[in-house]
Design a protein around this ligand. Structure first.
Ligand code: GDL
Length: 721
């Protein structure tokens, strides 16, 4: 970040967003207008950053840098609330030592210098006894001390605490809400009703409200009893809200009797050490701005990667100030006429690229601030060594590009969304895996498979190149904050790349993937990863690949009345297959005569799948397929029927996108067949039946089998029991 311009009229204009009483919309104002608004009592829109995450707090130097950037980008607020700063939460009663005081005084004055409203927050909720006057006095004493440091804006936070009151408080207050509101009102008055005073409720998002926002007695208490000059923090529908709608804000505002300040956790990453978020501020319509008192983003724990989160939030705030531009081009997902996340991201990344390219060494590392964490390298002098003839040329780093940063942001995008390239890579890997038969068996799809495998390989190479260029950037501080993440993604991508090569027979199966004694990076994620892998659906990690579906399916035993439905699904799927891949004749299969009802499935070996429309799939089995094979003149002399005497077949209509019902049906049939004493089960699949071929290849334990006298368009797969 380059140092922001000093306080010119221009920056002043960019900085202040106020609500005009006439239409309620936020608007940019000049400094003269600001004093006018101060006179008329309209408060400026709060836009900025809350340092409110768990873990290592930012350094004083980083915070000072933040103030400069905020000023430059037109934001106006910083809320000091680092959860793991001792004297903010755990030891909230303790006063600051002279050394600490010196640092806080310097910080508050740095904020003032950059026209940033420094809000000091305290979190007494872990152990405060609300009804004890000494406790209230301790809180006032602490805030008085900070006021003496030059701070004039305050906040009381009651998030993430036990809701059960101690017996003394139960006697004094009718509810937890009443206790919090009483102490907050008292402190607010004690401090002389500061212009900015924020309260964070314990139920700070809709998901926490019991039974819901509208009927929450806690929120009603806050709305009714909290003094009107105090503003309320709110994270939206959830702690980390995917979207925040205008309706949801109107609802909560009606209960709180004031417009909330959004504490936005969209870019927070303190809950998962493998994730960091560098996508644009998104999924909050700018229509919200006039309905809000402000927005403070609580971003990633790592300071430097927050460039995009904060820069794009600033663009979002400006969108309302400038009014809705009429000429924006909108993609399908970008409906907001005032703000385009895509454009905001490009603006931010363009500015960020400059940051990466400067060495950014500490200029004035204060005596108090330890420089131990800084790298030893302090300058990048011209190389004095010149290699002689026949010696190695000097290593020269390729410069980082804007495309590298776009890729970086795509790979570490948002908590509920991967960026475009990441989505494509996942999609392509999924396709390549599902269609790996095409690579192995040389079908008509082989050329397509190989071409898509090459493109996948190129995408992986781009990630590796980005990693290499990033590792060589002059600004080591940004790099070090990103290093673990980019290293992790590079290794993940390398594994996928090796896997696709081995699917295509282009490389040996990767040692990391297949070795019985892999290096530790072959099994990632530590103990927590192991727990996660043991949970159903890998602890929901495939959230992005298969979005949660709301359809309810019923799996039930097949009965005589289902015969027509089963036949018609079979015929429908056969027709669709033949339209896509016409073939003159198709030799009959055991599966065909089972599906058309010419032979019956074995008892207890038939299931149908129903959704709210009707029967949408079936799975049928024969415990002894040899007899049926004879009826279609299939040669049964090779040994396959000895090892795999049973057969299963099925079809699932395409409207069932979720593979899990079919998986369940197969699982159930295999266990029934096992109880009949069978050793193995086979299934016959036509190459043209891509859907079922994909399913059996990817989602079941069936493996391709070699079988003599098989029609050329048929694959047989089997599984032992
Ligand atoms: C929270 C905490 C916050 C934390 C965030 C993300 C609020 C009000 N409090 O619940 O400190 O960083 O989740 O983990 O959001």
């Amino acid at each position: 970040m380059t140092v922001g311009a000093l306080d010119t009229a221009e920056t002043q204009r960019d900085r202040n967003y106020i609500s005009t009483p006439a239409d309620g919309r936020s608007a940019m104002t000049t400094s003269t207008e600001v004093s006018e608004t101060a006179r008329t009592g309209t408060k400026p829109f709060i836009g900025g950053v809350v340092e409110g995450f768990y873990g290592r707090p930012w350094t004083m130097e980083q915070r000072t840098k933040l103030f400069k950037s905020e000023q430059k980008w037109g934001l106006n607020t910083y809320l000091y609330a680092p959860k793991d700063d001792y004297k903010h939460r755990m030891y909230w009663r303790d006063l600051y030592s002279p050394e600490e005081a010196e640092q806080l005084i310097a910080l508050i004055s740095a904020a003032k210098k950059h026209n940033i409203d420094f809000i000091y927050a305290i979190s007494p909720g872990l152990d405060v006894t609300f009804s004890n006057r000494k406790e209230v006095a301790a809180l006032k004493r602490k805030l008085d001390q900070v006021r003496d440091f030059g701070c004039s804006s305050f906040s009381l936070l009651f998030d993430d605490i036990e809701t059960e009151m101690c017996p003394a408080d139960k006697q004094a207050f009718s509810s937890f809400g009443h206790a919090q509101v009483a102490i907050t009102n008292e402190v607010y008055r004690h401090l002389g009703e500061p212009e900015t005073f924020l309260f964070c409720p314990t139920d700070y998002c809709a998901a926490f409200c019991s039974p819901n926002v509208f009927q929450s007695s806690y929120l009603h208490t806050v709305g009714d009893e909290l003094l009107p000059g105090i503003d309320v923090l709110w994270t939206g529908p959830k702690v980390v809200s995917h979207k925040i709608s205008v309706e949801s804000i109107e609802e909560v505002s009606s209960i709180l009797k004031r417009a909330p300040v959004i504490w936005d956790n969209i870019h927070a990453n303190d809950y998962d050490p493998q994730r960091i978020f560098m996508g644009p501020y998104k999924d909050r319509p700018t229509e919200l701005i006039p309905k809000l008192r402000g927005v403070l983003t609580n971003p990633n724990c790592e300071f430097y990667p927050n460039f995009v989160p904060i820069h794009t939030l600033a663009t979002w705030c400006k969108a309302s100030a400038a009014g809705a531009p009429k000429d924006v081009e909108m993609g399908d997902e970008e409906q907001d006429p005032g703000y385009s996340p895509h454009k905001a991201l490009t603006l931010a990344l363009t500015d960020w690229l400059e940051e990466f390219l400067c060495t950014d060494q500490p200029t004035a590392c204060s005596k108090k601030e330890s420089c131990d964490e800084e790298p030893m390298q302090t300058d990048l002098e011209e190389h004095s060594y010149i290699p002689g003839p026949g010696e190695n040329p000097l290593y020269t780093a390729e410069p980082l590009t804007l495309d590298d940063l776009k890729l970086l942001s795509d790979l570490f995008y948002l908590p509920y969304e991967h960026g475009a390239t990441a989505k494509t890579m996942l999609h392509e890997l999924d396709w390549l895996q599902c269609h790996s038969q095409a690579a192995a068996l040389k079908t008509d799809q082989t050329a397509e498979w190989c071409s898509r495998a090459r493109q996948f390989d190129d995408m992986c190479e781009a990630v590796v190149r980005m990693f290499n260029r990033l590792s060589n950037v002059p600004n080591r501080r940004i790099l070090y904050d990103l290093y673990n993440y980019i290293c992790d993604i590079k290794s993940g991508v390398n594994l996928a790349q090796a896997y696709v090569k081995s699917l295509g027979g282009l490389g040996k199966p990767s040692a990391q993937l297949m070795s019985a004694d892999p290096e530790p990076w072959g099994f990632r994620g530590g103990l927590s990863g192991e727990f996660q892998r043991m949970l159903p659906g890998h602890g929901n990690r495939d959230l992005f690949k298969h979005p949660p579906r709301t359809s309810v399916y019923c799996i039930r035993p097949y009965c005589a009345e289902d015969k027509m439905d089963v036949q018609s699904i079979f015929v429908k799927m056969q027709r669709e297959r033949q339209i896509k891949a016409p073939s003159a004749t198709e030799a009959p299969l055991i599966s065909d005569i089972l599906s058309t009802g010419e032979i019956s499935p074995s008892p207890e070996c038939a299931l149908v799948l129903e959704d709210d429309i009707g029967v949408c799939g079936y799975m049928l089995a024969l415990t002894d397929a040899k007899a049926a094979a004879a009826s279609i003149q299939r040669d049964t002399s090779d040994g396959v029927f000895e090892d795999f005497p049973s057969l299963v077949t099925g079809q699932i209509l395409p409207r069932v996108a979720d593979p899990s019902p079919a998986k369940r049906m197969i699982g159930q049939l295999l266990s029934t067949i096992r109880t009949f004493g069978s050793r193995g089960v086979l299934c016959e699949l036509r190459h043209s039946d891509r859907r079922m071929l994909d399913f059996f290849t990817k989602s079941s334990s069936f493996q391709p089998l070699k079988m003599d006298a098989l029609p050329p368009d048929v694959v047989v797969m089997g599984t032992t029991l």
